[in-house]
Design a protein around this ligand. Structure first.
Ligand code: TYM
Length: 332
């Protein structure tokens, strides 16, 4: 059976990018006879300036939303990272496997470190070691596949490198995972700045559609999306016309149609935006409604998370113990 692992970081409300790039793939995997683990990676949310109460609230919200999106606790294992100590135990061994240079090369580190510095905050050491903890998340479960959006590809590649290096130095210990990206919408762009990724930390962003946005808000954001100048009509050209290509990608992801073919059906941006708004509203409507039901019973969500953590611990412990033995530590 294929083991799948993926995670989401509670640093903001989940976005349409998270949904199309990742969560929808997870729900699909959850329906197949695969062994899937999904994790709210709360420790990762501490790598940048954070408000403790907000992280706690967003962790609960993310877990509730994943269930609302269709993950079923009977089929998959849903849990919170900080409830399973094996992640941090393993991260240390992997820190002894990774180098400073390879972590400093990570694109997300460079971007987030620059943002922290620009905001006058120090760069937390954990921001640098973040991809190592992410590698531990994945390797602790003998994971075969990691379904993520494009922005996480580099981190999964580093995970592979660390697994291979550890296995070569200390003997076969870890499964070497591979990344899986969605065919469309692997990188949903910001509606106001279509050269940047749609990200959840841009909270106030008019260019970010959140999964829990009311239909009226979704419509407003989509109708105000920046399109490109030029009189070439609606064509799919990511480099020259990033705003329109992004709308076509989103519509393609919602409808299952090819964005290039979709472009041929539109004479102007207005009709395209209306269709995108309708498609996104309808896509998110059942998730928002189910979220409201589930949020009314937080005890039930907590129960799912407790059971998930227990199962996750049982899976991770032997793998991490194996790594402790392999690297030269005495048995307890
Ligand atoms: P995070 O929380 O930033 O995003 C969660 C998932 O959503 C995808 N995603 C997007 N996909 C398409 N377009 C976008 N605009 C967009 N924005 C986000 C991300 O690629 C991701 O799949 N480091 C990870 C969390 C993590 C993790 C892991 C993932 C920690 N440990 C182990 C997989 C396996 C992160 O920050 O994702």
């Amino acid at each position: 059976m294929t083991r799948i692992f993926s995670g989401v970081k509670p640093t903001g409300h989940l976005t349409l990018g998270n949904y199309l790039g990742a969560v929808r793939q997870w729900v699909a995997a959850d329906q197949a006879p695969e062994d899937a683990l999904f994790c709210v990676v709360d420790l990762h949310a501490l790598t940048i300036e954070h408000d403790p109460a907000r992280v706690r609230r967003l962790s609960r919200e993310a877990a509730t939303l994943l269930l609302a999106a269709g993950l079923s606790p009977e089929k998959c294992t849903l849990f919170v990272q900080s409830h399973v100590d094996e992640h941090t135990r393993l991260a240390y061994l992997l820190e002894c496997t990774a180098t400073d240079g390879e972590l400093r090369r990570m694109i997300q580190y460079k971007e987030k470190a620059a943002a922290a510095q620009a905001a006058g905050a120090g760069v937390r050491l954990s921001l640098l070691t973040y991809p190592v903890l992410m590698a531990a998340d994945i390797l602790a479960y003998d994971t075969d596949e990691v379904p993520v959006g494009e922005d996480q590809r580099q981190h999964v590649e580093l995970t592979r490198d660390l697994a291979v290096r550890f296995n070569q130095r200390y003997g076969p210990t870890f499964a070497v995972p591979k990344v899986t990206l969605p065919a469309v919408a692997a990188r949903v762009m910001d509606l106001q700045d279509p050269t940047s990724k749609m990200g959840k930390s841009g909270d106030a962003g008019a260019g970010v559609v959140f999964m829990l946005d009311e239909p009226g808000v979704v419509r407003k954001k989509v109708m105000r999306a920046v399109t490109d100048s030029g009189d070439g009509g609606v064509v799919y050209d990511r480099a020259a016309r990033p705003g329109v290509a992004n709308l076509l990608d989103v519509l393609g992801a919602c409808t299952g149609a090819d964005p290039v073919v979709l472009a041929e059906g539109y004479g102007g941006y207005g009709a395209l935006k209306r269709d995108v708004a309708d498609a996104v509203v309808e896509l998110l409507r059942p998730v928002r409604e189910r979220h409201a039901e589930l949020a009314a019973d937080p005890g039930a969500v907590e129960k799912v998370l407790r059971a998930g953590a227990e199962r996750a611990r049982g899976l991770a412990r032997p793998v991490v113990d194996r790594a402790y033995r392999a690297i030269g530590l005495l048995e307890r």
